[in-house]
Each structure stands twice: as C-alpha cells, then as structure tokens.
Design a protein around this ligand. Structure first.
Ligand code: NAD
Length: 261
C-alpha cells in the first residue's frame, strides 16, 4: 500500500476511467476524493466501497468542472478534511460529434470548460499544497486526440491538444519541487463516453451501430480491441511511484497502436 497517508483527487470519477483511477489509488491505501455527476445512491455505494478497499477515507465532492470557484473549494476541502492534496487526476470529460459548421456553440463552450479549462483551474489550486510538501503527482487524461485528429471532433481535439500543452508547461514550472506532471493518452476505452457518441456518429456518417464500432472506433486501433479502464489506471498508479520521479512532461499513449500507424 504505497499510497497510504496520501490523498488523491480524481475529477469525473463517478464512472469510466475516472472510477478505475479512484479504485486503483484506494487499493494502494490512499484517501480518495471522487467527483462527477450521477445517481446519488450509486455514487454513495462507490464511495463506501473505496473506503472498504483502502481502509482510509473517501469523499464525494459534486464540484462542477465548469465552475472555477467550485473547483478551488474542492481542493481546499480535501486539504482540510483529508490533510493534504498529493495527487490530482484531471479526468472529467465530455464529447460531442458534429462537423464544425453544425457544432452547437454551447457544446463547444462546455467541452473547452470541462475537458481543458478545469485542468488549469485544478492544477493552479493544487500546486501550492504540493509545493508545501515537496511532493506531488499531476496526471491528466488526454487522449490519442492530443496527438492526432478525427473529423467532427473539433472541440475535443482542441481541448486534448491543449491538455498536452498544459502538461508540458506545468512540468517545467514545478520540476524542482518534487512534483511531476504527465498525461495519459488512451485510444478508445469502453466507457459511457464512447457508448454515448455512437448514435451521433451513426447519424453523421449514415452507419449502423456495428459499423460505427468496427469501421470507425476499432478501425483506428490495430489491436482491434478496446482499451480497458483498469489498464489506464495501472499506468497512472505507476506514475505515482517514487521510481517514476524522473518522468515528467511526458505524454503516454495507451491506444492499442493507434498513433503508431
Ligand atoms: P465517462 O463518461 O465514463 O466519465 C466522465 C466523467 O466526467 C463522469 O464521472 C461524469 O460525471 C464527469 N463529468 C462530466 N461533466 C462534468 C462536470 N461538468 N463536472 C464534473 N464532472 C463531470 O467517460 P470516460 O470515457 O471515462 O472519460 C474520462 C476521460 O477520459 C475524459 O477526459 C475523456 O476525454 C478521456 N478519454 C476517454 C476515452 C474513451 O475512449 N473512453 C479515450 C481517450 C480519452
């Protein structure tokens, strides 16, 4: 349990990849703050399960990632109720699929706020706590779309390229403080975020559900398999180890070979 006594905050952790990160940190004994939307009873079940796994504390915080004041309040709550802010994972994200000339402006604004600006606000608020302890880990969930583009995802690709830039910049700023900053770039991971974009892709490309899965999603991945959330979480856990102290400013792909092609 190498994270005993440490606190990890994972944004967008009520489902998918974020929940897998939270479970991985709890399994190593960390206090965990989970965040995101969803059914209150289901969230409470997950929160209680994390405490049972870690033997430490787990909090749920409903901070909306479009609201900088709520983001700052979540960081301060973790520091005061759990004693420190050692690890943050900027993971909350949404998707919308449409050609740019048909892309709703409110969807664009939401994607930039949740997928990109929230990571800046989280990082800004967390770093003073990490500097005070001389140790910290900042992990950003980017995407294969931080490196390559796909049509009809202009806002998402912008946001993920931005996450890669934020990662590199902050890594340089905090390099002498024992704080590392890295991003993980998954290919297609089977989560609600992917499931939810199938209907729009069916519509914009005139395809069946099976065609979208096989000819659009898995077409990009040479392994022809979805990445599993637990595989992404395992990489994040490694980045938290002291053995990973020299890894900073990196962008790790975990995409079944997508961006090698
Ligand atoms: P998901 O839909 O399962 O989870 C998204 C999480 O974000 C949920 O907990 C949701 O409640 C939360 N969220 C949404 N809006 C929020 C807001 N305003 N404030 C706080 N929380 C909010 O999706 P996922 O696939 O697990 O995605 C997690 C991250 O991984 C995202 O950044 C996504 O871009 C990235 N990613 C996913 C894939 C994939 O194939 N699934 C691939 C590459 C990158």
């Amino acid at each position: 349990m190498f994270l005993k006594g440490k606190t990890a905050i994972v944004t967008g952790s009520t489902s998918g990849i974020g929940l897998a990160y939270a479970k991985a940190f709890a399994a190593e004994g960390a206090n965990v703050v989970i965040n995101g939307f969803g059914d209150a009873a289901a969230i409470e079940t997950e929160r209680a399960g994390l405490e049972a796994t870690s033997g430490a504390k787990a909090l749920y915080d409903a901070a909306d990632m479009t609201k900088p004041d709520q983001i700052a309040a979540m960081i301060e709550r973790a520091a005061s109720e759990l004693g420190s802010v050692d690890i943050i994972v900027n993971n909350a994200g949404i998707q919308h699929v449409a050609p740019i000339d048909e892309f709703p402006v409110e969807k664009y604004d939401a994607i930039i706020a949740i997928n990109l600006s929230s990571a800046w606000h989280m990082t800004r608020a967390a770093i003073p706590h990490m500097k005070a302890k001389g140790w910290g880990r900042i992990i950003n969930t980017a995407s294969a779309h931080s490196l390559v583009a796909s049509p009809n995802k202009s806002a998402y690709v912008m946001a993920k390229h931005g996450i890669a830039g934020l990662t590199k910049t902050v890594a340089l700023e905090v390099a002498t403080h024992g704080i590392t900053v890295n991003c993980i770039s998954p290919g297609y991971v089977w989560t609600p975020l992917v499931e939810n974009q199938i209907p729009d892709t069916m519509k914009t490309r005139g395809m069946t559900r099976e065609q979208v899965i096989n000819d659009v999603l898995l077409d990009a991945q040479p392994t022809k398999e979805f990445v599993q959330p637990e595989q992404v979480a395992a990489l994040a856990l490694f980045l938290c180890r002291n053995e990973a102290a020299a890894i900073t400013g990196a962008n790790y792909t975990i995409d079944g070979g997508w961006t090698a092609a």
